[in-house]
Design a protein around this ligand. Structure first.
Ligand code: HEM
Length: 190
């Protein structure tokens, strides 16, 4: 047992097998198609992305000032680079799977241009909010963090300027995540 739970990849494979068993078991009432598989993947990557956003905002950022200087390196050198790897690729895959859902169901363009009925426009708003958030991740937070974490060369001034920029973008995403999630879970377009 300890051996099984000690193996991250094996646990993930068994989770995947369990998901396939559910798909097959309930296939009659919930058909397994592109839509259902991409919704499932979308929720998985969305949770991974927003889960890490909340970890950063609720745990890491408020705790950093309390960590003794000689221990900060464990976060900046080991934890944070891993967090930002999963964070930015989860954001990308959430966008891709979300766009697939919208376009496979034929309302992608209508939603993004707000030219449909109420709930189509509602998912359009959620999509735009999440697109702004993903933009912040890739083009503001990540470039700033690369300087802050020393992944790219940066002067002391550049690092000092990057920190408040990263914080503002991260807090903007925290703020936008609340209305975005409401749109995501309430549009119910099938
Ligand atoms: C640019 C990024 C995103 C796009 C384009 C997008 C797009 C979509 C679309 C088209 C749907 C289907 C809505 C419906 O038919 O009712 C959906 C559902 C959903 N999205 Fe997103 N989304 C994005 C980001 C996110 C994020 C960050 C989360 C965070 C967890 C999220 C969570 C969900 C959930 C839980 C559902 C409901 C799935 C369902 O009811 O089957 N999405 N999204």
């Amino acid at each position: 047992m300890a051996k099984f739970f000690g193996n991250l990849h094996l646990v993930l494979v068994v989770g995947l097998v369990a998901a396939v068993a559910v798909m097959l078991g309930y296939g009659a009432s919930a058909p397994v198609d592109t839509n259902s598989v991409f919704r499932w993947l979308h929720a998985f990557f969305g949770i991974l992305w927003i889960g890490l956003l909340y970890y950063l905002n609720f745990v890491q950022v408020p705790t950093m000032p309390k960590i003794p200087a000689e221990q900060k390196g464990a976060i900046t050198g080991h934890i944070a680079p891993k967090v930002f790897f999963f964070f930015r690729y989860a954001a990308l895959l959430t966008v891709v799977t979300g766009l697939v859902i919208a376009f496979v169901n034929g309302y992608g363009h209508t939603a993004l241009t707000f030219s449909g009925e109420g709930s189509v426009n509602m998912i359009g708003l959620g999509m735009w909010l999440a697109l702004i958030m993903a933009f912040n991740v890739w083009f503001i937070i990540w470039p700033a963090q690369k300087k802050i974490l020393g992944i790219v060369e940066a002067s002391a001034e550049e690092k000092a300027a990057a920190a408040p920029r990263a914080l503002a973008a991260s807090r903007t995403n925290l703020l936008l995540s609340l209305p975005m999630l409401y749109c995501m879970v309430s549009a119910n377009l099938g």
